[in-house]
Design a protein around this ligand. Structure first.
Ligand SMILES: [Zn+2]
Length: 121
């Protein structure tokens, strides 16, 4: 059995749906939803996601780093991981440059590894 996680929406418990009403017969309360699968691993619905962002989004951006200058897409930073299917139906993972269209092969493990990057200088 997979573990249930609580929705992180700050107002989840205020939405009066049948599935949120829990507890003993005369002591039922509307409660935060618990799910094994949540949107973005944190929210039971887009409403709860939006509630969270409206409440904390600006502070989260300030905490993790606000974009303060225009960014430019160049040949150097245009590499993106992507995948396609070859003629035999197998998944082929590649690093593709969005400007030059150059491709470099990737293994499935390199594709899934968020820390893996090409060392292109
Ligand atoms: Zn929720």
């Amino acid at each position: 059995m997979s573990e249930l996680k609580l929705c992180q929406g700050p107002s989840c418990h205020t939405y009066k749906t049948k599935d949120r009403l829990k507890g003993m017969k005369d002591n039922k309360t509307y409660q935060t939803r618990r799910r094994s699968n949540l949107l973005f691993d944190e929210f039971c619905s887009m409403t709860c996601y939006n509630d969270w962002f409206n409440e904390y989004g600006t502070r989260a951006i300030d905490h993790f780093g606000r974009t303060t200058e225009v960014k430019h897409l160049t040949e150097k930073n245009a590499w993106q991981k992507t995948y396609d299917w070859n003629t035999t139906g197998n998944t082929v993972y590649v690093y593709r440059n969005g400007i030059t269209k150059e491709e470099r092969p990737l293994t499935r493990e390199q594709y899934k590894d968020n820390n893996y990057t090409l060392n292109i200088s």
